[in-house]
Design a protein around this ligand. Structure first.
Ligand code: M6R
Length: 367
C-alpha cells in the first residue's frame, strides 16, 4: 500500500493534488459552487438566513476552522467564531440568533466535537448544524443537518495532512456558498471559483520543493525549540506547522502571529533559535518583512517560505525557499505543504515513528 513511499505520511502529503481535486470535483459549475454539495435540498435558503457562525473542532481540524474564520469574515458580513471543542462544551453559551453550527473533523468520531454538537442540539442553540467531515458513515455526519464531505480518502498517518488541506478547500466552498446565498458580487464568486481550479497544480509546484526541504531539515535535528510565524490567515498555518513538528519530531514548536513578537517571545530569540515563517504575497507582507528584521537583528536563524516576488534577501542566517506565486485566498492551502514536508524530514532524520508518534491516537474517541 505504501508503494514508492517510506511512510504513509509522505504518501499522504504527495496525494494532496488528487485529494484536493476530488474535493472540488462535481462541486463547481462554470462560475459558481453547486449548493447540492451540502446534501440538503433547501441548503441555500438556510444559508441565506445565517447571521452568525460557530465553528467547533480539535487539533488540526481546529486550525482549519481558524483559517475559515479569516476567509468567511473577509468575504461575507457574517461574524464567525472558532473554538476548540473541549472548551466550548463545558461553558455556558449565551443564546445566539440564526447561528449556523459547524463542526470540522477528519474522523467524524472525536468525542469532544461530538459532545459539543449534542449539547447545542439539546439546547436548541442554533438554526442548523453542518459538519465538514472525511468519513461518510460517521457519528458527526449522522448527527448533523448538513454534511460537506472532504474527499481525502483514508488517512493512515496519525499526523493529519491531506485531511487538513481538503478541510480548507471545503471551507472555501462553504464561504462561496454563503456569498451566493447572501447575493455577493457575481464577478467575485466567479474569480474565486476559477482560482480554486488552479489549486491541484499549485500544490504540485509546492511539492517540488521536497528535495530542498529535505536538505534544510538537517539544520533542525539538534534543536529543542523553534518558533513559527505567520500573519493574518497564515497565522493558523504557522500553528499547524508547529503542531506537525511537535507531534512527529518531538521538537518544541510554538506559533506566533508575527506582530506579537515584541510583546514577549522576542526574548527567546538568539542564534540557537530556528524561526520558520510563511510569507506569501498578501496585504500583510510588508508588515511581516519588518517583523523578520526584528528577529534578524537579534541573531535568530530564519527559514522563510516566501513568494517568488516577495524579494526577501537571503544571507547566512536567513534561508529563503521560494514558493510559486498564488492567489491570496489559496495561500494557506499551498503554504501548508512545505511545512508538512519540513516536519516529515526532521522526524525521519531523528528516527521517530513518523506514522505513529508516541502517546497519540489517530482518532480521539474518549475525552
Ligand atoms: O478526526 P478529527 O479531525 O476530529 O481529529 C481531531 C484531532 O485529534 C486531529 O486533528 C489531530 O490534532 C491530528 N491528528 C494532528 O495531526
Amino acid at each position: 500500500e505504501l508503494g514508492e513511499y517510506r511512510h504513509f505520511m509522505l504518501k499522504e502529503i504527495f496525494e494532496q493534488p488528487q485529494s484536493v481535486a476530488a474535493t472540488l470535483e462535481n462541486r463547481l459549475a462554470g462560475d459558481h459552487v453547486l449548493p447540492s454539495l451540502l446534501g440538503a435540498p433547501d441548503a441555500l435558503e438556510k444559508l441565506a438566513q445565517v447571521e452568525e457562525i460557530q465553528i467547533i473542532a480539535c487539533g488540526t481540524s481546529y486550525h482549519a476552522g481558524l483559517v475559515g474564520r479569516y476567509w468567511i469574515e473577509a468575504n461575507t458580513d457574517i461574524p464567525c467564531h472558532v473554538e476548540v471543542a473541549s472548551e466550548y462544551r463545558y461553558r455556558r453559551q449565551p443564546p445566539r440568533k440564526n447561528m449556523l453550527f459547524v463542526t470540522i473533523s477528519q474522523s467524524g468520531e472525536t468525542a469532544d466535537t461530538l459532545a459539543a454538537l449534542e449539547k447545542i442540539k439539546e439546547n436548541h442553540g442554533c438554526m442548523a448544524t453542518l459538519t465538514i467531515c472525511n468519513v461518510a458513515e460517521s457519528s458527526l455526519t449522522r448527527e448533523s443537518d448538513m454534511s460537506l464531505m472532504t474527499m481525502a480518502g483514508p488517512e493512515i498517518g496519525v499526523a493529519s495532512t491531506k485531511a487538513f488541506t481538503t478541510q480548507l478547500v471545503a471551507l472555501q466552498l462553504l464561504m462561496v456558498l454563503l456569498m451566493q446565498a447572501k447575493g455577493a458580487d457575481k464577478a467575485r464568486v466567479e474569480q474565486i471559483t476559477a482560482d480554486l481550479r488552479k489549486l491541484p497544480a499549485l500544490i504540485e509546484q509546492a511539492l517540488d520543493l521536497n528535495p530542498k526541504i529535505e536538505v534544510l531539515s538537517e539544520r533542525f535535528i539538534e534543536k529543542h525549540h523553534s518558533l513559527f510565524l505567520g500573519r493574518g490567515e497564515l497565522y493558523p498555518v504557522a500553528m499547524e506547522g508547529a503542531l506537525k513538528l511537535k507531534e512527529i519530531s518531538y521538537i518544541h514548536a510554538e506559533a506566533y502571529p508575527a506582530g506579537e513578537l515584541k510583546h514577549g517571545p522576542l526574548a527567546l530569540v538568539d542564534s540557537e533559535m530556528p524561526i520558520v515563517t510563511v510569507a506569501p504575497s498578501t496585504g500583510l507582507l510588508e508588515k511581516l518583512k519588518s517583523n523578520l528584521e526584528e528577529v534578524r537583528s537579534r541573531g535568530g536563524e530564519l527559514y522563510v517560505f516566501a513568494d517568488r516576488e516577495a524579494h526577501i534577501k537571503a544571507d547566512d542566517s536567513l534561508h529563503v525557499l521560494e514558493v510559486p506565486h498564488v492567489p491570496e485566498l489559496l495561500a494557506p492551502i499551498v503554504y501548508t505543504v512545505p511545512l508538512q514536508l519540513l516536519s516529515y524530514h526532521v522526524a525521519v532524520q531523528k528516527g521517530t515513528d513518523v506514522d505513529k508518534p508516541r502517546n497519540l491516537a489517530k482518532s480521539v474517541t474518549v475525552e
